[in-house]
Design a protein around this ligand. Sequence first.
Ligand code: G3I
Ligand code: 9MR
Length: 588
Amino acid sequence: MRPAPSRTAPHITAMISLLLSGHLHAAPAASSSNQDNQIKLDQVGYLPGSAKVAVVPDVDGAAFTVVKAGSDTVVMRGALGAAAAYAPAAETVRLANFSGLAAPGRYQLRVAGLPDSPPFAVGTDAYQALNAAAIKAYYLNRAGIALPEKHAGIFARKAGHPDTHVLIHESAASAARPAGTVISSPKGWYDAGDYNKYIVNSGITTYTLLAAYEDFPDFYKAQDLNIPESGNGIPDILNEVLWNLEWMLTMQDPADGGVYHKLTDKSFDGMVMPEQARQQRYVVQKSTAAALDFAAVMATASRVLKPYDGKLNGMSARALAASKAAWQWAQKNPAVYYRQPKDIRTGEYGDANVGDEFGWAAAELYISTGDDAYYKAMRAPELKATIPSWSDVGALAWMSLARHRKQLTPAADQGLIAARIDGLADGLAKVWKDSAYGITMQTGDYVWGSSAVVLNQSMMLLQGYRLNGKREYLQAAQSGLDYVLGRNAVGTSFVTGYGSRSAQQPHHRPSVADGVAAPVPGFLVGGPQPGQQDKGDCPASYPSAVPAKSWLDHACSYASNEIAINWNAPLVYVSGAIQALTPPAPAN
Ligand code: G3I
Ligand code: 9MR
């Protein structure tokens, strides 16, 4: 029998409040120093049963030891793996596998001739605080609400962007709502380091958080995030998601079911606090991608929120009706792609390939209604499972179908569902096995938002593990979490506030403008990618042009060091899943 879920352990709540009170600062990252002689590992730590692997520079010796942190007490000895080349970092490295280390404690890895590794913990609650902080980051990025000290600590701030007086842009004009019509579209999360709100990016983000809950309800029911809604009888992750769902609903035109692509300023604000950013806001152009992403999220929300409908005034039925209306609009408008109007200069999230969005929306409607017509509309044989991103959502359909596979109607092709999930996980596991860093990231994965690429890879490996229990899928998924927490070519944790050496200067307006030295915690920064599209806006230069090292820890760097809601979502999913799924015994 499963033990009854208990509320978040008090020491975890205490750890998060320490961070929010500013008393627990990660040491600043020395962004320009050379990381080539560093041992790279997960600086947050591991569960007793986690696979534990460090990347070690290619040295002459063959042995490593694990010592108690800050001491010479050896608790484990091991042999380094063979030297191998990792092309994305232009490095030759060796792996240290210390998976057998299961006793809770604080440790460091030691190799003769190198500085000791950063300290790390082994414990049964290894990712509890990280997971809570990654969700709390959404609260800290809420639009239209003041964040009082009680919930936000030293990151308390005033309300900005009420969005109760938003204008219909001429690109979005309709008979009932001509250009200049005022609508109210409050709440939601700021997309990223900027203050705009985009439906396409909200789509994958909101879904991924709902999926985390749908897959691990007991884990999330036990969590207390200290947000204004805490204690209302609804799990906090859903309370947080509701803040964005309520905004998304306002983005649908009640006259025709179409969904505006974004709510935005005409151009990006300066690096100021929300309340100081006072440009007129607009809703801009309806698009097919926005309608379909909206339809998928609302169909998902309708089933996830159903048990809480008594407290939510019919939200479940409302979401399902909104989903169907958006789906209908997309049927009539199957190829309306977003085209940035001349007077608008903010993020685009443009996508002219919406086959995957159609498939995903159909899949979620099928699961939530049981209506076979939606399964047919999904065109399952043509819908691929590839690593999810804001513009590539086919795999989200497959992971939802796999989750609900035991309740589907006979119309669903069970063999295909298993093949899509296992095929993707198996391919990733092969890359992981062959990788000199022991990770799933290859050269082409270092794109804008690379930190989320690796976590979405891990999320799909976890779907494989959930489906067939292959332990190597779980181990490979662990490597993605390790990567963002320090086992990467720059030896730095890409999560603000987590790890002994972590990103300090995210491109995030509140982090820049709030007068607090530490960045707002719990955010995943974009990570290395060689495009360097922000070079012209940066007073500092990138330390390297090599794909896995092309990362600049400076607030100017929107191309490598911004934060974004769609990047944090797989951090939530993966940290929670690994915490919830990892068996107690060591991996090997
Ligand atoms: O898809 C192509 C690929 O085929 C090609 O090989 C590769 C080579 O560079 O580029 C790929 O396209 C990239 C695309 O992201 C998909 O990853 C573009 O170069 C890259 O410029 C584009 O970056 C997007 C960026 O906005 C600029 O438009 C990011 O995905 C997207 O996350 C980011 O989103 C911004 C919002 O617009 C505004 N708010 C902040 C947010 C985060 O930075
Ligand atoms: O702050 C903006 C960030 O959210 C976007 O991801 C990025 C790319 O669209 O653009 C940032 O804004 C910059 C603009 O594009 C160019 N001038 C400097 C702005 C940042 O200070």
